[in-house]
Write a protein that binds this ligand. Structure first.
Ligand SMILES: [Zn+2]
Ligand SMILES: [Zn+2]
Length: 370
């Protein structure tokens, strides 16, 4: 029996434990075993670690992963896009898969709301075979039906993991909301989702993108990704001041589209006021339940707002993301977002670094010593 290591979340708010599990002797038909090359730490992982989402433990966290094919199960010949797959190919995959048959998948075309959806790194216990169903491990098992994508040779692993689930989340959200050519767009938040939303809005033809956020190193990154203006929460401290600044930058009217990428309920109250009359507002940053907020719905009627929500992403968004990343490496340097690399044994430091907003992106490289 051959075993491999994983960093395991066994109880909330306690350090991850390094554990050994047996590797499957051979993947079942339709499944793939991947040797993990790099696993991203997402902000959601910090929420999961703190117990803020109801998941069953123990779990191997990590839903933004790139690896190389170690073993192919019978019947796996191509990736989701029809590209031939062979041993050693570098791949990534959609963390969640929908059933394709239920009311939401088949009739209402909202597959991200499929009740049968389960995500790697979140929704699978690791004390049962095949164990390796999350990114923070030497290997990753992909069950039959996983949507796998072969990565082009000229697209660095750092770009894919640096963009992570933030980019596919932003692509889905902006697609639902619609950013028109020349629109004035405000992005609330300069974390990974905010930076990704900025890149997607820019490439969708936005005329001007204003990013509201902090701290300074994140706003510098927003400028690097093409923000036309940044509003620093540390210096422009009140919602009234920020509203005045957005109005000043938009001819007195407010933004055509505001994209919320913060995850703090109060930001939604502020953000709706930043819209022009007849504008659009997307709530994208509330993947976790951050609680309620007191707010006056009169603003939606008075401003004739369109309000959108967007949950996670579909396989086609990951395909679009890979093509987008390959095409725009100079314009939107997602590879540069990878700021901290840790070995598997340092997984706790990696989580803490993400929790402290210390860098733009922490990753685990299981091959690193330490
Ligand atoms: Zn994530
Ligand atoms: Zn379904």
């Amino acid at each position: 029996m051959i075993t491999a290591r994983a960093a395991v979340l066994e109880s909330f708010k306690t350090p991850l434990q390094l554990r050994d599990y047996p590797l499957p002797a051979r993947p079942e038909p339709g499944a793939v075993l991947v040797r993990t090359e790099m696993a991203g730490i997402c902000g959601t992982d910090v929420h999961l670690w703190k117990g803020e989402l109801p998941i069953a433990l123990p779990v191997i966290l990590g839903h933004e992963t790139v690896g190389r094919i170690e073993q192919l199960g019978d019947g796996v010949e191509t990736d989701w896009n029809g590209e031939a797959l062979k041993l050693g190919d570098r791949v990534t995959w959609n963390s969640a898969t929908s059933c394709g048959k239920c009311y939401y998948c088949a009739q209402k075309r909202q597959p991200t709301r499929c009740p049968h959806r389960r995500a790697y790194g979140i929704g699978y216990r690791c004390d049962q075979a095949p164990h390796f169903l999350g990114g923070y491990a030497d290997f990753h098992y992909l069950r039959p039906g996983a949507t796998i994508f072969k990565l082009p040779d000229d697209l660095p692993t750092e770009a894919v993991v640096g963009a992570g689930c933030a980019l596919i989340t932003a692509i889905h959200g902006v697609e639902r909301t619609g950013v028109a050519w020349s629109d004035n767009v405000v992005v609330q938040g300069a974390g990974p989702v905010g930076i990704a939303a900025l890149a997607v809005a820019k490439s969708a033809g936005a005329g001007q993108v204003i990013v509201i956020g902090g701290p300074k190193h994140r706003l510098d990154l927003a400028r690097r990704f093409g923000a036309d203006h940044v509003i620093d929460l540390d210096t422009v401290r009140t919602p009234a001041e920020r509203l005045a600044e957005v109005r000043r930058l938009t001819g007195g009217y407010g933004a055509d589209v505001v994209l919320e990428c913060v995850g703090i309920p109060g930001a939604v109250v502020e953000g709706m006021e930043l819209c022009r009359d007849g504008g659009k507002y997307l709530v994208l940053g509330h993947y976790c339940d951050a609680g309620p907020v007191t707010w006056n719905p009169h603003v939606i009627t008075r401003k004739q707002l369109q309000v959108f929500g967007s949950w996670s992403s579909e396989s086609r968004h990951l395909l679009a993301a890979i093509q987008f990343l390959r095409r725009t490496q100079k314009e939107f340097p997602f590879a540069e977002m990878v700021s901290h690399r840790f070995s598997l044994a340092q997984a706790n430091v990696a989580l803490e670094t993400t929790a402290a907003w210390a860098g733009s992106k922490s990753v685990i490289v299981p091959g690193l010593e330490g």
